[in-house]
Write a protein that binds this ligand. Structure first.
Ligand SMILES: CC(=O)c1nc(NC(=O)[C@H]2CNCCN2)sc1-c1cc(O)cc(O)c1
Length: 130
């Protein structure tokens, strides 16, 4: 009912705000758009489920995330994919892995500091009831 839609609207607003803040962080520029398969042809072979900030925003707008946990799973793909695609010991790979690790820690810190546990439980209750 209406109260439930109010909760899900607030979830979308929160998730958009988090995603936009991440997109503005210069450390995470490589994660803002899908990896260009023209520039990086072997990327799609290596990475099964590509993810980026612009795709997260589209998913939010399409009401794909019923809980913050579902959003976190896709947000985690971004840094997990980056670690997987750049495992080498050269400076370039280390650089992208440092940024991937910074993204992992930043997402977790934002969610821990800003997502109310009660609110997330309300989202989970609505999801279970549907
Ligand atoms: C996002 C990501 O994970 C990414 N990884 C890269 N790794 C490499 O290029 C490593 C892979 N191992 C062999 C040596 N090269 S480049 C790159 C990327 C950076 C951008 O600014 C835009 C973009 O679309 C993709």
């Amino acid at each position: 009912e209406e109260q439930e839609e109010d909760v899900l609207r607030e979830l979308r607003l929160f998730l958009r705000n988090v995603t936009e803040r991440l997109s503005l962080d210069r450390r995470f520029k490589a994660f803002t758009k899908p990896v260009d398969t023209e520039e990086v042809p072997d990327y799609m072979m290596a990475i099964k489920k590509p993810m980026d900030f612009s795709t997260l925003l589209t998913n939010i707008d399409e009401h794909k995330y019923a809980t913050a946990g579902e959003f976190m799973s896709d947000a985690d793909l971004i840094w997990q994919n980056a670690l997987e695609y750049s495992p080498n010991s050269d400076a370039m790979d280390r650089h992208i892995r440092h940024r991937a690790c910074a993204l992992k820690d930043t997402v977790r810190a934002i969610i821990r500091d800003e997502l109310d546990e009660e609110f997330e439980r309300a989202c989970e209750e609505i999801k279970e009831s549907r």
